[in-house]
Write a protein that binds this ligand. Structure first.
Ligand SMILES: Cc1ncc(COP(=O)(O)O)c(C=O)c1O
Length: 437
């Protein structure tokens, strides 16, 4: 390690990221951290290389349990000292334990089968493949505005043209329908549908809770047409939005639920498909029809078992935080009504829509300077997401709101429009229906 590295880890890191990865990405990292980089984390906070700490209300929804949750870290350490990788030819007790825990968590009567991956798109790919195999059909319906990942198969179901762009032809047979009850019957006309994939609250698409009536109509039509219903809860599940699952809370009976992001407890990469016997049948018949080297990885499995338990222990805390954020964001939306065009969300997943993408970008930089990490929306640059961890204290939630308030006050006047329609959120978290601005 050079003397420069010891003295200025941030500059060396950003230089290496620029050289070895991507100049624009390194530039954005540098701007977000005001020249500093992330060093360590604990609970709701990340410590930066310049000695500051930042509140982590972002991390693209991964740190639902905060940074280094003690229960998850201890479970992973135990596994690290036992058998961190599987031979893949012998049974592994930790992987089996995660299978049992997941089946008990979601819908023990229906979603009895499990497939494990590392990223969300792994789960999406596995579910789509199972649906095609189980039905013998190839057509898939996805929803406009939805995000399901960027691997080639998952990308076909993702709506944003920014990411689909010049990549065609993608996986064939995927059609998108508008999130509107009236669009449902027409979407099923024509070729038979293997599966419908839907995010009950669109996250990357700008934090858009879909209408329960639309979700129910979609589920009913899927059942009537013999198509499997896949609920992509990679972002919304595990109490991010209040209930264990938004889809089952809305009365749907999905044939598959996809989990990811927070499932690894903020410590390990982990995703899962929970499926009915019927959808999973091709894998029951031939377990090698869809495999990956690290599926069921013991370190991730240990993290997942601990994470499911920790999330349940913190459920009440999540409700309290959600109410606090709801009222705080409503206050800010009123105070900065020219800048904030709307606030939408549920539970611990809130989107603040600004007067435009440039305004959101400016607020993001200002938040970085003031020590609040949030997540932009990949498909809607005018929306910033607040994704606080369940472990945040009331004081940390108030602090985050105060930082957002200060950042909104600091951006140039040109980003403020004449106040228009009411910008406040409608209603806080569960039970029903999801809050829409
Ligand atoms: C709802 C949803 N599905 C799928 C994905 C893809 O997950 P990953 O980026 O881990 O592949 C994401 C990622 O943001 C997501 O939000």
């Amino acid at each position: 390690m050079s003397a420069t590295t010891r003295q200025d880890p941030a500059r060396d890191t950003l230089d290496a990221l620029r050289r070895r990865f991507s100049p624009p990405l390194a530039l954005v990292y540098g701007m977000n951290g005001s020249g500093a980089i992330e060093m360590t984390g604990e609970g709701a906070r990340v410590r930066l290389s310049d000695g500051r700490t930042a509140l982590d209300f972002g991390s693209y929804a991964v740190t639902l349990l905060g940074q280094r949750h003690p229960g998850v870290v201890a479970a992973v350490r135990r596994e690290l000292d036992a058998l961190p990788v599987s031979t893949r030819v012998l049974g592994n007790g930790t992987t089996a334990a995660l299978g049992e825990a997941l089946a008990a968590y979601a819908d023990p009567e229906r979603l009895t089968r499990v497939w494990l991956g590392l990223n969300g798109c792994d789960a999406v790919e596995a579910a789509l493949k199972l649906a095609r195999l189980a039905t013998g059909r190839t057509r898939v319906l996805a929803v406009e505005g939805g995000y399901h990942g960027k691997s080639l198969g998952a990308l076909a179901a993702t709506w944003s043209t920014r990411y689909r762009g010049s990549l065609g032809p993608l996986l064939g047979g995927v059609d998108h329908l508008a999130p509107d009850v009236a669009a449902v019957p027409g979407a099923f006309a024509g070729e038979e549908v293997a599966a419908v994939i839907v995010e009950p609250v669109q996250g990357e698409g700008g934090v858009r809770p879909l209408e329960p009536a639309f979700l129910r109509a979609l589920a009913r039509a899927a059942r009537e047409h013999g198509a499997f219903l896949i609920a992509d809860e990679i972002q919304t599940g595990l109490r991010r939005c209040g209930p264990r699952l938004v889809s089952t809370d809305a009365g749907l009976r999905p044939d598959a639920v996809l989990l990811g992001k927070a499932l690894g407890g903020g410590v390990q990469p982990l995703s899962a498909v929970l499926a009915t016997e019927e959808l999973y049948a091709p894998l029951t018949a031939d377990p090698f029809v869809h495999t990956t080297t690290f599926s069921g990885h013991p370190l991730g499995a240990a993290a997942g078992v601990a994470a499911l338990a920790a999330v349940e222990e913190l459920a009440a805390r999540g409700e309290r935080l959600s109410a606090l954020l709801f009222s705080g964001l409503a206050r800010l939306a009123r105070r900065h009504s020219g800048l904030i065009a709307g606030v939408r969300g549920r539970g611990l997943m809130w989107g603040v829509e600004f007067s435009g993408a440039a305004a959101a970008g400016d607020v993001l930089l200002e938040l970085g300077r003031r020590g609040l990490v949030v997540s932009p929306c990949l498909g809607r640059p005018e929306v910033l997401r607040l994704l606080p961890p369940l472990v945040a204290t009331d004081e940390e939630a108030e602090e985050a709101l105060a930082v957002l308030d200060g950042a909104c006050a600091a951006v140039p006047e040109e980003f403020r429009r004449a106040p228009a329609a009411p910008a406040a959120p409608a209603a806080p978290t569960a039970p029903a229906p999801p809050a829409v601005s």
